[in-house]
Design a protein around this ligand. Structure first.
Ligand SMILES: Nc1ncnc2c1ncn2[C@@H]1O[C@H](COP(=O)(O)OP(=O)(O)O)[C@@H](O)[C@H]1O
Ligand SMILES: [Mg+2]
Length: 429
């Protein structure tokens, strides 16, 4: 997994058994590999309109190499043979996302683009790869995001407690799961900035020497400015009703310029940006979650969980709701999203949908992702790309009621190895 912070690559290697929401996940190893500085800069350059197609093409293949290396490194650190990994789920790096759609050449077009070439990953590691998870959800009328609620529901649903899974990455997003309910009543949306505004301020003020407020150092030495905070919180994004998604379009350079245009000290400015993250999360929970369900506890994940100044402000803003780390329910804060894509890859390999239509707005549950098979075609024939779960008489059901005629072969590249229904899957995003 590599998210909007463009900080690096998060890898998780998991063991998974069972199916659907009843699956059991065991995280065997996880590790984050930072992007080399120049790669990060090139990726930042992709979010402006002057990006060159040649650079996009090169970065796509280069990221494929870096993702393969990150899996190798994680496997080595966890003493897990790469050959024992059966499947990789690769989210890739988003370089464009317009899930809501926009008028384009006379038509309304919604689109998304993640790069990190799956053929390179599969070729280097000799493992099947499932990538490009978001496109199918968009094709089915969804916004292509958020996808992580599938894992949140799977691991956090509780009979008696209403729970919020809060991920503070570049953007902060949450899944709220009412007690004793099915996935249809889940509430999921982006609350606004996570670390994105803080990161940009630190980068701009330190002229790139630092890219984030390590351990909340600047913020804890400063005082937030009430007036500026109130002004920033008037942004229409915070008042808009969910479903809603945010990105660099809302909280990128233009938004940050509004903060730089003040007389505040560096510490006070960064404290104010940190308060903006905490307060906008609390606002999202108060305005759009609490009216719908009881909230007994909040579990935090993502890089923001390492920022004590942010957590202190969040706890104060959400008081008396307890704010805990996702690690309390067995999910390392840095690995959660990578685990989510490993699980979704596993679901796809078993022909089971893993979008949550309630979260994305899709018209129906769909199989997410595209398979890049590693296995050489048997007898020179085209390999079958879908799986035993829905295969009857040579017709493979894609789990959505749609059937494709495919060559008769008992097992596919993926399910040959997942036949015992226990799969080791890795994910890079
Ligand atoms: N020790 C830390 N102190 C403060 N912030 C941190 C720390 N470690 C990570 N972060 C923040 O977390 C961000 C990365 O979070 P991550 O969950 O990977 O986001 P994304 O999914 O957008 O890539 C960094 O850019 C940084 O702002
Ligand atoms: Mg990251």
């Amino acid at each position: 997994m590599s998210g909007t912070s463009l900080d690096g690559i998060d890898v998780a290697i998991i063991d998974i058994t069972g199916s659907g929401f009843k699956a059991k996940v065991n995280v065997l190893a996880s590790h984050s590999v930072p992007y080399p500085k120049k790669v990060r800069e090139a990726l930042l350059g992709m979010s402006n309109t002057a990006a060159q197609t040649g650079d996009i093409s090169r970065l796509n293949f280069l990221l494929g190499e870096l993702y393969a290396e990150a899996v190798e490194e994680t496997a080595e650190r966890g003493e897990i043979p790469v050959a024992s990994i059966k499947l990789i789920g690769c989210h890739g790096q988003t370089i464009f996302h317009e899930g809501q759609g926009a008028q384009y050449l006379g038509k309304k077009v919604a689109s998304t683009m993640q790069i990190g070439e799956s053929s390179v990953i599969s070729e280097r590691l000799g493992i099947d790869v499932i990538s490009n998870f978001r496109e199918r959800d968009i094709a089915a009328g969804g916004k292509g995001a958020p996808l992580v609620p599938y894992l949140d529901y799977m691991l956090l649903r509780h009979r008696g407690r209403g729970r919020v899974a809060l991920n503070i990455g570049g953007i902060a997003n949450l899944s709220a799961i009412p007690p004793n309910t099915n996935a249809e009543r889940l509430i999921a949306f982006d609350t606004g900035p996570g670390n994105m505004v803080i990161d940009q301020l630190v980068s701009r003020i330190t002229l790139g020497r630092q890219t984030f407020d390590r351990d909340g150092g600047f913020a804890s030495r400063g005082q937030f400015d009430q007036k500026l905070l109130a002004k920033l919180l008037r942004d229409k994004y915070f008042r808009a009703k969910p479903p809603k998604t945010a990105g660099r379009e809302q909280f990128g350079a233009e938004f940050v310029s509004k903060l730089l245009d003040t007389e505040l000290s560096t510490e006070d400015l960064i404290a104010t940006a940190t308060a903006l993250t905490a307060e906008s999360i609390a606002l999202g929970i108060r305005n759009f979650v609490i009216p719908e369900m009881r909230v007994d506890e909040v579990f935090v994940s993502g890089g923001g969980a390492h920022n004590p100044a942010l957590l202190a402000m969040l706890r104060k803003a959400l008081n008396p709701i307890p704010v805990m780390m996702s690690s309390e329910v067995g999910l390392d804060v840095d690995a959660k999203e990578a685990v989510a894509f490993a699980v979704m890859a596993y679901e796809t390999a078993h022909a089971r949908p893993s979008n949550v239509p309630q979260a994305t707005g899709a018209k129906r549950p769909v199989l997410l992702g595209k398979l890049t098979p590693n296995a050489a075609p048997a007898n020179g024939k085209t390999p079958e790309l879908v799986h035993n779960a829905g295969t009857r008489n040579g017709v493979t059901h894609n789990g959505n009621g749609v059937a494709h005629k495919v060559p008769v072969r008992k097992t596919s590249a993926v399910n040959q190895r997942t036949a015992n229904n226990k799969t080791k899957a890795a994910a890079v995003r």
